[in-house]
Design a protein around this ligand. Structure first.
Ligand code: ADP
Length: 326
């Protein structure tokens, strides 16, 4: 494992996130600048298993920093869960002489990288790319800022029509296991209630508050729900309709628009910094870590820690939601 890294592979894996292209660009250009040869692995770990590997040059990543999605494509790969699949992947990397990897993805992809780096002599560096911001050890993940701003823009538009008709809206945002998009977009759009997987939901308290608001003639109400919570927005609306039949309730599921689009300036910046830092890690033999940003400084967190911990939502956020919605 102490051999010098000379030829690296870069891949995007798992859920796509805006800013992944900016990270690929940073990895490719920094790698080449530092004298490495760089290969792109197509469709995440599937490209490793199926030998879908292409040589990258500086020009291969021209004009992509502003583009959503990922030019390398991403994917989920069942075979990589099995040791046989990982053996195939290793053999393909060897065929190309690849002796270092940069994995841009979420916690699942990091789990895969950790298993792989334990089994084979290929150092892996993770770059956190996920709209969910659910990785402990970094203040930000690539794609979160863009996704949350997309959600805010959409909710603002819905609020206009909501206000015109004095309606209650239940809006579902992404985050099956993580409430960050719901929390941030909900606070930023003045939601009365934000339902997230990390916190118990007291539906009775919400219903009582709605009744109270009806009495006070606060007719516009906005509830933001993370998709994994309570069966999503449709379930929440169903309960409200059953219990408050006079209340007009509308549902909007924002869905995949939150994944797409041009990355925000912030996501492009952190992607560029993280991609650069990933190459530094390989050159300095700081192996099997992922790069994070904490208090605006780079941090290097062992992959196995990323796999164990999740980012926690502070109680203070929830207090703010409660006070500001009165
Ligand atoms: P994300 O990185 O967005 O969290 P996933 O959880 O879908 O995405 O993981 C992406 C891929 O990483 C999986 O399809 C699989 O190929 C690989 N992977 C995830 N967990 C493991 C694991 N425990 N062992 C091996 N490979 C894994």
């Amino acid at each position: 494992m102490n051999k010098k890294v000379t030829r690296i592979g870069v891949l995007t894996s798992g859920g796509d996130a805006p800013g992944m292209n900016a990270a690929i660009r940073a990895v490719v250009r920094t790698g080449i600048y530092m004298g490495l040869e760089v290969y792109g692995i197509v469709r995440g770990y599937a490209g490793m298993v199926e030998n879908d590997i292409i040589k990258m040059e500086s020009r291969s990543v021209a004009n992509i920093i502003q583009r959503g999605g990922t030019i390398l494509k991403t994917g989920r790969c069942k075979e990589f869960f099995e040791v046989e699949g990982r053996k195939k992947a290793y053999a393909n990397l060897k065929k190309h002489g690849i002796n270092g990897l940069v994995i841009i993805g979420g916690d699942g992809s990091f789990r895969g990288a950790q298993v792989f780096s334990n089994e084979f002599d290929i150092p892996c560096i993770g770059v956190p790319g996920t709209i969910d911001k659910d990785i402990a050890g970094t203040d930000f993940t690539i794609g979160f800022d863009t996704a949350v701003n997309t959600a805010v823009e959409a909710i603002d538009k819905i609020r206009d029509t909501m206000d015109a008709h004095d309606r209650l809206f239940v809006i579902e945002v992404m985050g099956r296991d993580s409430g960050y998009i719901a929390l941030h977009s909900g606070i930023a759009t003045g939601a009365e209630n934000i339902l997230i997987p990390e916190k118990e939901t007291d539906i009775e308290a919400i219903l009582t508050a709605l009744m109270e608001k009806e009495r006070r003639q606060k007719l516009v109400n906005l509830i933001v729900v993370a998709e994994g919570k309570f069966g999503g927005a449709n379930e929440v609306a169903k309960v409200i309709k059953e219990r408050l039949p006079d209340q007009e309730v509308r549902v909007c599921v924002l869905g995949h628009i939150q994944r797409g689009g041009a990355p925000s300036c912030f996501d492009r910046l952190i992607a560029s910094r993280m991609g650069y830092a990933a190459i530094e890690c390989l050159l300095e033999k700081r192996y099997n870590v992922f790069v994070g940003i904490v208090n605006n400084r780079m941090h290097y967190i062992p992959l196995n820690e990323a796999v164990k911990k999740k980012q926690r939502i502070s109680e203070e956020w929830m207090k703010i939601v409660k006070i500001l919605s009165t």
